[in-house]
Design a protein around this ligand. Structure first.
Ligand SMILES: Cc1ncc(COP(=O)(O)O)c(C=O)c1O
Length: 379
């Protein structure tokens, strides 16, 4: 079966993990700090504003806490969003206000957000679908004018840039995923950017038991000057959602290869574009514009025959799917679906994500494109 996504890890990652084993310190330590710094540097951003965690979902939940979402607040969410966004808002007590997206790029636009703004709007979550940046100038301006926080779900947009600025570092907070299906994988893991330095400290404390960040080495030393070194103080309540040296070692190794991974994905994206142009009723995804850089995370096509095509390809050993099933269609969130979302409905019934990952061979790509061409011949 040709997978939709596949990680690419090997001896380089194992070598760095061996060093961690030999150090006898598996927990959060130097490798984690190194990974946070190098990740920030790879985006030409300020290292002091970055913080690692266990998943992008954790960072999304943390954003609701950091910005004190609560009853009476309205949070705008594009229907095509990851479910963690909806869950985090519901748990905070705030209200979800869904908005539509562009029917072909599946990205939210300023005009979609604008329609949903009220005096209670506190924040908007945006998702750079498949790694193609949203129209950030317009969205940033709208958020500034209306004093709305902007949170960028950049789970799939590792090294996507909008006019030279990394996606995830444009709004008030951004987050990336390193889960098992991502271009850069640490099996599970996440990173976040937090614009406000005090909030960044609050985040670090919240993710590590509420212990004061200034303490040098965690539990035992948070009261370093106390006669009894086992005494400690807490600045707030806290979870324990920290990256460890083992997964950070994987991350460091993957970071070295990230440019090559993205180049390979770009190459496949271009091959698909060339091969599938003018086939049947296929509509191709927008290509990133010259001033934007994509992470090339998804390749998707849109067709009236989406469901039949998906089954036809599955029989040929090619797995395809649709990301992301609109949140307004999920029962848990349906009470917030108070309008029609025609573009998102169109996307949900016409879009098919086809395999795109750095381990695809030329033969795999041929199998996918030939399978699609055969489908249209027999149709
Ligand atoms: C757009 C988007 N947001 C958030 C997430 C959650 O990431 P994680 O699996 O690291 O929690 C994903 C994961 O696929 C995603 O695609």
């Amino acid at each position: 079966m040709i997978n939709l996504f596949q990680p690419n890890l090997g001896n380089d990652e194992i070598a760095l993990i061996k060093d961690v084993f030999a150090s006898n310190w598996l927990g959060k330590g130097n490798s984690v700090k190194d990974f946070e710094n190098k990740f920030a540097e790879s985006l030409s951003s300020n290292t002091k504003k970055f913080l690692s965690t266990t998943s992008c979902t954790e960072a999304i939940f943390l954003s609701a806490k950091l910005f004190n979402f609560s009853k009476g607040d309205e949070i705008i969410v594009p229907t095509i969003s990851f479910p963690s966004v909806g869950s985090a808002i519901i748990e905070s007590g705030a209200k979800i206000v869904f908005c539509d997206v562009d029917k072909h790029s599946l990205n939210v636009r300023a005009k979609d957000i604008q329609k949903s703004i009220s005096s209670k709007t506190k924040a908007v979550y945006i998702t750079h679908y498949g790694g193609i940046p949203c129209e950030m100038d317009e969205i940033s301006e709208l958020c500034n004018q209306n004093n709305i926080l902007m949170i960028e779900d950049s789970a799939c947009a590792v090294r996507s840039f909008y006019k030279g600025q990394a996606c995830g570092t444009i709004g008030d907070m951004g987050m990336w995923s390193f889960d098992a299906m991502k271009t850069l994988s640490t099996a599970d893991g996440g990173m976040m950017y937090i614009k406000d330095t005090d909030k960044r400290i609050e985040a670090e404390e919240s993710l590590y038991l509420g212990l004061p960040v200034k303490s040098k080495s965690g539990l035992d030393s948070s009261s370093e000057n106390a006669a009894n070194w086992w005494e400690f103080e807490m600045n707030r309540t806290g979870r324990r959602a920290i990256m460890n040296n083992v997964t950070a070692a994987m991350g460091l190794s993957q970071l070295n290869k990230l440019s090559a991974f993205i180049d390979k994905r770009k190459n496949i994206f271009e091959q698909y574009t060339k091969e599938l142009k003018n086939i049947g009723d296929i509509r191709l995804p927008p290509t990133p514009e010259f001033e934007h850089t994509s992470s090339y995370y998804f390749f998707w096509i849109q067709t009236e025959h989406r469901d039949q095509l998906a089954k036809f390809l599955l029989d040929k050993g090619v797995y395809t799917t649709f990301r992301y099933w609109p949140l307004d269609k999920i029962k848990l969130f349906s009470e917030y679906a108070i309008e029609d979302y025609p573009n998102s409905d169109y996307a949900a019934s016409h879009t098919l994500n086809i395999p795109l990952h750095q381990s695809l061979s030329d033969e795999d790509v041929d199998l996918v494109t030939n399978g699609i061409k055969e489908f249209y011949v027999q149709l």
